[in-house]
Design a protein around this ligand. Sequence first.
Ligand code: ARG
Length: 564
Amino acid sequence: MKYKQELAEILFEVLGHEMQVKELEMLIEKPKNQLHGDLAFPCFSLAKVKRKSPNIIAQELSVKIQSPTFEKIEVVGAYLNIFLNKKLVSEDTVAEIIKQKDKYGALDIGNNRPVTIDLSSPNIAKPFSMGHLRSTVIGNSLAFIVEKCGYKPIRINHIGDWGTQFGKLITAYKLWGEEERVKQNPIKELLTLYVKFHDEAESDPSLVEQGRTWFKKLEDGDEEAISLWQWFRDESLKEFSRIYELMNIHFDSFAGEAFYNDKMDRVVQLLEEKQLLIESDQAQVVELTDEGLPLCLIKKSDGATLYATRDLAAALYRKENYDFDLSLYVVGNEQSLHFKQLIAVLEKMGYAWAKNMVHIPFGMMLKDGKKMSTRKGKVVLLEEVLNESISMARHNIEEKNPNLTNKDAVAKKVGVGAVMFHDLKNFRMNDIEFSLEEMLRFEGETGPYVQYTYARACSILRKANWQIDHVVQTSSPSWEKEWKVVSLLMEFTNAIKRAFEQFDPSQIAKYIVDLAQAFNKYYGEVKILENGAEQQARLALVSSVTIVLKEGLRLLGIEAPEEM
Ligand code: ARG
């Protein structure tokens, strides 16, 4: 980015200020093939301004651009292909990374303004499924990414702790539940009860009615209903925190659906004042025909509120409480309509900030090509997956590096990192086929591969007794063999920018895989530790690779062990 800007400034002067620096900068491209240069400038748009053929303009410009940064300029038709001065640029880049350390790549666009991120948000009394993993991992990474861009992230876990399903669950518990069994194995037992409710309800429709009654009692504050609900909730949160602990994920708020119970009347009142509430089939709804959407149900005929009502209250609360610049909702693709309706209702209410709410959807987690569903009991438990992954990582360490200290801690970082990386490496909208073998592969485009590359680079630095504050020596290599690695290091900021603009962590995941591959290739070709005039400069390069790999992994929420 820095060199792009430098080129744009030179062009600005050379062109006699005929185009703005920003405009010129936007025109500068990056050739797909590095053999064609590091930057390219097409002269087509200048042809109009200059009233000359673009090929002639390219010829003229090529002799006028003079700077030590740009070592060679080739004219190909209407294009200028520009080659950076490898020595100057490499030394500059490496020195910059070593100076900035984990601040390298940061963008200064957020002005420390708040961004709320609604992530994870599992439902109580149900297992934390692989499906929830996606929201947790993508949302957590987005929080790090917005922070790297200068915003203040606020991680909100909008726990699903309210709704008609708790009426069903209480009904099932009252009919078939045993306190002891629930105490021994809370979520598993509650899930069994929930599944049984649905099975039995198929032949006994009166159960549905009972469920509705219990939910109504819950909403009206009935003592028995509330205490059962509270118990289910506490047990569930205990299980969830075990999982978050494993993944090292922390939240700023656990205000879930129930938190908004006492904030719902206000929403209904506001909608009434704004004359947006109409009656349809005895229920209270907001019409969204003009917006091309189905109507949004606010209150059922029995007075019960809905998921959407609670989300309206939550949106208002978040704006008032956090004054967000952006409000992100990392929730599966199947809820797209819900979020369209939510935003449309808020816009109808006259809140301009509704346009700063973004639903960030993602594809499904499939098992044998089919959606995983909690209700049918066909669910893969995330905690089991994480633990299995950790134990496989532990096994690998035992085989490959039996003398390692902290084996358990490293196995945890690697095992959990593998699961997270598997989720983040593809564009979030793609469905993911759940495959334990695939995530646990320790070569190819996987988390363990990047972590291993990092550890290997750290070990080179340890062997050389490298100190980060060493100055890069002048007798350095030509930087020919290093160039691929250096040019990738320069790209880090761009990867972060893309990840932010598209709310897509896979931009970072792909970037660090590329960097790891380039580094491993370099490592295979060059004897870094060989004593010689070039050793110090090469170690500085290795050191900057460790900084960027570690920071890249951190932005994905993954830890980087120095040995593995
Ligand atoms: N609990 C919901 C589910 O598991 C997700 C909640 C997402 N967040 C929100 N504000 N609606 O489907």
